[in-house]
Design a protein around this ligand. Structure first.
Ligand SMILES: [Zn+2]
Ligand SMILES: [Zn+2]
Length: 138
């Protein structure tokens, strides 16, 4: 059994193309052999791609760039050639430039919601202050 990605024979694992939580089964069509490093690479790539898609839906430009950068670095560090040479997986974290994740920019709806909450809070505090002053008079 060889890894479908790099061709190595060591530490072969079975990877589900469609994950079990999404209804993927254990049939041969849904399984592929991957060496442990290529398997790790695949799952990290999936997680980063999911984060990238999430940020794209929310229009988080800076975070989109950040996840794209992590994917690029991950892929560069774990080409089939490098995995054959090293025999190990390398996390994108080993490249310090991937560590900075910009803050999320609130969406228009979130900003409006926050504003509403702030004004309700300010109103409640003003009322409480008014009641307190009333209390002093009484
Ligand atoms: Zn491999
Ligand atoms: Zn897997």
């Amino acid at each position: 059994m060889n890894c479908i990605r790099c061709g190595r024979k060591e530490k072969i694992e079975r990877h589900h193309i469609k994950q079990r939580i999404y209804g993927g089964d254990d049939s041969d069509e849904n399984l592929e052999n991957r060496c442990q490093p290529c398997h790790k690479y695949e799952h990290t790539l999936r997680a980063l791609t999911a984060s990238l898609e999430y940020e794209k839906q929310r229009g988080q430009t800076d975070r989109i760039a950040c996840y794209q950068h992590r994917i690029d670095v991950l892929t560069e560090l774990n080409t089939p050639e490098l995995i054959r040479e090293r025999g190990t997986y390398l996390s994108y974290w080993t490249d310090r430039t991937t560590r900075y994740l910009p803050r999320r920019i609130p969406t228009k709806e979130e900003a409006e919601e926050q504003q509403r909450f702030d004004s309700l809070l300010a109103e409640a505090m003003a009322n409480q202050w008014g009641n307190y002053l009333e209390g002093l008079k009484g």
